[in-house]
Design a protein around this ligand. Sequence first.
Ligand SMILES: [Zn+2]
Ligand SMILES: [Zn+2]
Length: 102
Amino acid sequence: MAAPVEINHVKAQGIVRITWDDGHSGEYPREHLRGYCPCALCQGHEPAVEKRFVEVPDVGLDAIEPVGNYAVCFRWSDGHVTGIYTFDYLRSLCPCSECEKN
Ligand SMILES: [Zn+2]
Ligand SMILES: [Zn+2]
């Protein structure tokens, strides 16, 4: 499992840049990360085949907090903090063209 070595919130660009321990790095637009929040509120309790996208335009990011050594929690400006983004899940959200092929 890949783990992030660096997570940078680049406020001016509205992105979160994640560098992984396998050398990969991805730039995640904030709305993309917020939209694919993995919590039960956003994704529903029933297992869905497709990830659901919750649209929160112009969402801000107040803080990024580590959860154990397997996940991170984002504190969003809309008050939403219940999403625990495991490293695997975070990696699967990488919007770069290389990852999108998989
Ligand atoms: Zn959520
Ligand atoms: Zn990628």
